[in-house]
Ligand binder design. Structure first.
Ligand SMILES: Cc1ncc(COP(=O)(O)O)c(C=O)c1O
Length: 481
């Protein structure tokens, strides 16, 4: 029986369904499986030619008991989740001819054009499946730096089992991302823009943790979350690492390097769990923008928070990478007492300096970089000028970091650069990068973004100072439970 416990160690083991529907564990920790499944190279070789959906089935079935969900049910949920994707292969690849040894894994062909659709489409369908079976309804709340929100909102359309609230820091996401949420007419989707957030979406993550801690509200609304605190998102994201690996390597068993644009460490947490399961990863190149929270953790052993900087790669303007705790739990040998103590230390002092042994354990195989805005924009321009391929600012951060890694380590090995968003979501940065003030290339547009421009918007707004009273109030008033 596959069971789930909390990174803080304060709950009894639960089954997969409970871990998914709860979101947060009751002790405030993050759900993790009691054991990570191990995959041998022989098994990996047999997966070499599988489609994304068939591979997803193989990987996910290692985490889900057949008593919770049958093979057919899991396959059907996967099919439903990925049929709205714009590319029939779900995840295509592009070999960069202008950059040495770099291949781009295009993770942005879902309905809202970011990699968040990969985890989100699946998990919202999973919620719907479990809730319909129980005859229940839930309220889902997510915070977004611009991509999680649209993905959650779109995946929720037509799901009568859930009401979805998406909280975003107003003026800190692009207009295109905002309209992907606010132009939806679905009656169960409620976007809320919060102005003046000093720490951006991190402030909204704090609010969500507080909403969960309010037992009365949690019960009244049957509250849950599909942020990457939810195990289901991280679990699903392990699949694109296996898929990318199997599509790119000539020989199963050879190590492959990954460059990953990173913010809250959800995606890299998934990658590191895939590595722990047996995926032959060479190095993970942590690609931070100037909000270098992961850079500090992986280069100096310091978990700390600084003032937020608005970068062209705005979706990774993150100060507190909460999924790092989930990764750390496994990296140090599943010790919840230590994790709880560090989280408490961080909450009290705003900083944790890890001891040398812990730092050495968790930083193994990770090479961190913090990429400047100038370099991000320059690489978008260089790749576009040289080969007509348009990177979004997040993919550009990964490509820039991969290039520096190749120089620093005189490496000739292939690096798979994860492209996490479509450039059409960031036209201002693309324009800044290409220096074209009037007409952007067609690669910088997408028909779904254009269609949203022609629609009216529906959203709630409030100020940061009032969000603690305003948001629970409006949620209660609109609850259909
Ligand atoms: C386009 C894009 N790239 C990268 C990331 C970073 O992902 P993670 O927070 O899982 O590190 C995000 C997350 O918000 C994103 O929207």
């Amino acid at each position: 029986m596959i069971q789930y416990v909390s990174t803080k160690g304060g709950i009894l083991p639960v089954d997969f369904e409970t871990a998914i529907l709860d979101g947060f564990a009751a002790d405030g920790g993050l759900y993790v499986p009691t054991q990570l499944p191990k995959i041998t190279l022989t098994q990996l070789s047999t997966w070499k030619d599988l489609s994304f959906i068939d591979l997803a089935y193989e990987v996910l079935s290692l985490f889900i008991d057949i008593s919770v969900m049958s093979e057919q049910e899991l396959r059907q949920i996967l099919q439903e989740s990925y049929s709205p994707f714009y590319d029939s292969s779900i995840i295509p690849f592009h070999e960069l001819s202008s950059q040495k040894n770099l291949i781009v894994q295009e993770l942005f062909h879902g309905p809202t054009l970011s990699f968040k659709d990969i985890g989100m489409s699946f998990i919202v369908n999973l919620f719907n499946f479990f809730l319909a079976r129980k005859g229940e309804k839930m309220t889902i709340v997510v915070a977004t730096t611009g991509d999680t929100g649209p993905a959650a909102a779109h995946a929720s359309i037509g799901k009568s089992t859930i009401d979805t609230w998406v909280l975003y820091p107003k003026e800190m996401i692009t207009e295109e991302q905002e309209r992907q949420m606010t132009t939806l007419t679905a009656p169960n989707v409620f976007p809320v823009g919060v102005s003046n957030c000093p720490d951006g979406a991190d402030d909204l993550d704090v609010l969500i943790a507080e909403l969960f801690a309010d037992k009365g509200l949690k019960e009244a609304l049957n509250l849950s979350s599909v942020n990457s605190i939810n195990w289901g998102r991280v679990m699903m994201q392990t699949v694109h690492y296996f898929y990318g690996y199997l599509r790119v390597v000539d020989r199963v068993g050879a190590p492959l390097n990954f460059a990953v644009p990173s913010g809250a460490f959800g995606n890299l947490c998934a990658g590191s769990l895939a590595r722990e399961m047996g995926l032959p990863v060479g190095k993970f190149i942590i690609s931070n923008n100037q909000n270098a929270c992961l850079y500090r953790i992986f280069s100096q052993g310091v978990f700390s928070k600084k003032e937020i900087i608005n970068c062209p790669s705005s979706a990774i303007d993150i100060l507190v990478p909460y999924n790092f705790w989930r990764y750390l739990y496994f990296a140090i040998g599943q010790d919840p007492i230590k994790i709880k103590a560090w989280i408490e230390e961080y909450t009290q002092n705003g900083i944790v300096q890890f001891d040398k042994k812990t730092y050495e354990e968790y930083s193994k195989g990770f090479i961190p970089y913090s990429i400047s805005d100038e370099l991000t924009l320059a690489i978008i321009n260089e790749v576009y000028e040289q080969e007509g391929y348009l990177l979004d600012p997040h993919a550009a951060v990964a490509v820039a970091a991969a290039n520096i890694f190749n120089k620093d380590y005189t490496s000739e090995a292939t690096i798979l650069c994860l492209a996490t968003a479509h450039p059409s979501k960031f036209p201002v940065s693309i324009s800044d990068a290409l220096g074209k003030k009037e007409k952007l290339p067609t690669a910088a547009s997408h028909f779904s973004i254009e269609a949203a421009k022609a629609c009216c918007e529906k959203t709630y707004t409030c100020h940061f100072e009032n969000m603690r009273t305003a948001i629970p109030k409006i949620m209660k008033e609109n609850s259909t439970r």
